[in-house]
Design a protein. Structure first.
Length: 310
């Protein structure tokens, strides 16, 4: 099965009230952990690559790793560019074999965001590639994305409707209180579900929305990381029940990255601490891969609700 787009994935997810997991890929072990989990759960999958991942692992290597995963698993897999900052990066990915790209021009004024997004949409659609855009700014840090709390801005429902109509983007990432990184809330976690509903009411029925910064930052992994030398005081993510509610309301794509990083780091730290004589990378990257697999299986089954959907 060749790599696929997200159109049919989102249509079914919306009808049946679940979400597709979009998991960030940075190396082979992370990729294998994600795909092994989705294969066992018989779940559709979006593998996404950020600017930082493209720089670290190099685009050609990542694309071939994803194609190998698709051939090995037989799963419907979409290859998605996460937070493409301009037209040129999006064009490179469209031309390079990605089946979905995100143009993130949310840093720009509204009219300029529309102009840049429309440019990407026109080019991508001419090549059969779908486009995700963003309106509103999420606080936090993820690779090249760094937005302070003061600069964060929730998505305006009326602007969202106008934005989708004028750009023709296929899905829209909205800001309703999530944030990138491991420190999402200083106090009680809260998402603006009323705003989410308002946005959905103004968009065409079934239009797919996307939730970025949606890692839950499992406390057992944070504690494990800290136990073996990590320093993550106060790390807090989005409660899983909130993500399940968002999926039931029509959010079709939920992005998860930080949880995978913490699972991998905590596992490697434990091995380095308990087995200081170990120097074979396979002996710590293998268990790290297994830890990622377990996190992704849990997300697919208990949070996203997309287990058994292929």
């Amino acid at each position: 099965m060749p790599l696929v787009g997200t159109k049919e994935m989102f249509e079914r997810a919306n009808k049946e009230g679940y979400a597709i997991g979009a998991f960030n890929v940075n190396n082979m072990e992370i990729l294998q952990g994600i795909v092994d989990a989705a294969k066992e759960e018989r779940a559709p999958l979006i593998l996404q690559v950020s600017a930082g991942a493209r720089k670290y692992a190099r685009p050609g290597y990542l694309i071939h790793l994803v194609k190998a995963a698709e051939e090995d698993s037989g799963l419907p897999i979409a290859l998605h560019l996460d937070h493409g900052e301009d037209f040129e990066i999006c064009k490179q990915c469209v031309d390079g074999g990605f089946t979905s790209v995100m143009i993130d021009a949310s840093r720009l004024p509204f009219e300029e965001n529309i102009k840049e997004t429309k440019r990407v949409v026109d080019y991508a659609h001419s090549k059969g590639v779908v486009v995700e855009a963003e309106l509103g700014k999420l606080a936090g840090i993820e690779d090249a994305v760094n937005v302070s709390e003061a600069d964060a801005k929730f998505t305006n429902p009326e602007q969202a409707a106008e934005f989708v109509k004028r750009t023709g983007c296929d899905s829209l990432a909205v800001a309703i209180g999530t944030s990138h990184g491991a420190y999402k809330f200083k106090g009680e976690p809260k998402l603006d579900f009323e705003r989410l509903q308002q946005i959905m009411n103004l968009l065409p029925p079934g239009y797919p929305l996307v939730l970025h910064g949606a890692s839950s930052v499992p406390q057992y992994l944070v504690e494990k990381c800290n136990k073996y030398g990590g320093k993550m005081p106060g790390a807090q993510g989005v409660p899983e029940e909130m993500l399940r509610k968002a999926a039931s309301m029509g959010v079709a794509k939920i992005n998860i990255d930080t949880d995978l990083r913490i699972a991998m780091t905590a596992t490697i730290r434990e091995i380095f601490y308990t087995k200081p004589e170990e120097f074979d990378p396979r002996k710590y990257l293998g268990p790290a891969r297994d830890a990622i697999k377990e996190v992704v299986k849990h997300k697919i089954r208990n949070v996203l609700g997309c287990s058994g959907k292929i």
